[in-house]
Design a binder for this molecule. Structure first.
Ligand SMILES: CC(C)(COP(=O)(O)OP(=O)(O)OC[C@H]1O[C@@H](n2cnc3c(N)ncnc32)[C@H](O)[C@@H]1OP(=O)(O)O)[C@@H](O)C(=O)NCCC(=O)NCCS
Length: 193
């Protein structure tokens, strides 16, 4: 299996994988329609790369690499303001969403970001736990190394339930910093390529 560039027609499928993989992130809370708009924004962005990983014609997973993660959500909201407002106002009474949107827009955000960073990585639910994530991560690292990058970074939730922490540690990522965003604990990890 190899990483490849996606086609525009596959953006909807990537947003569906995102929706089922990241249950309480801002984009999932904004709903599947907005997620699709967001992936169309990523398609246009020069500061992000979307890499997909497939088995025959089926998409197994994908990774979004950002070269400016700190601004990704602000850029997305600015570029898709009407769709964002519509999605947000339809869910105006969702307290969790209110908090995340507030901290994103007003930068009440103590997070650190280095580049390039894994903004989103997910394996489609039916393929998780079979070694595909590890295979895809190796390909993503090889892609960045080929493009002369020396390191890769990722921020992930610091909780026992988050299997991604194990996943990264097993793949030679090490702890750079612990950080708190909107009251939630995160670990910031780095890998030398
Ligand atoms: C995290 C994710 C990308 C890993 O992909 P995957 O294909 O399921 O992982 P792999 O099968 O390649 O497993 C690689 C390693 O991850 C860890 N891992 C996988 N499943 C695990 C589980 N259920 N519990 C704990 N660790 C687990 C293990 O260290 C595993 O190594 P092992 O097989 O020797 O035990 C995938 O599970 C996913 O999409 N999760 C939802 C989205 C997400 O959390 N993304 C990361 C946010 S930063």
């Amino acid at each position: 299996m190899k990483l490849r560039k996606y086609s525009k027609a596959e953006l909807k499928e990537l947003s569906n994988i995102h929706y089922t993989s990241f249950s309480d992130g801002i984009l999932t809370l904004l709903g599947p329609k907005y997620l699709e708009v967001f992936y169309n924004f990523l398609d246009q962005s020069e500061l992000e790369d979307i890499l997909i990983f497939n088995k025959k014609k089926v998409i197994v997973g994908y990774c979004v690499i950002s070269y400016d993660t700190k601004t990704i959500l602000n850029r997305a909201i600015a570029a898709t303001f009407l769709d964002f407002s519509k999605a947000f106002f339809l869910r105006l009474f969702n307290i969790k969403l209110q908090k995340i949107v507030f901290s994103t827009l007003f930068k009440v955000n103590s997070s650190i970001h280095e580049s390039p960073e894994i903004a989103y990585i997910a394996i489609s639910e039916e393929f998780t736990g079979k070694g595909y994530g590890e295979e895809m991560l190796n390909e993503v690292c090889a892609f960045l190394k080929k493009n002369a990058y020396k390191n890769i970074y990722v921020k992930t939730m610091d909780s026992i339930e988050n299997r991604a922490v194990n996943f990264y540690k097993k793949n030679k990522f090490f702890l750079l910093k612990k950080t708190t965003v909107s009251g939630k604990n995160y670990v910031y990890l780095k890998k030398n390529l």
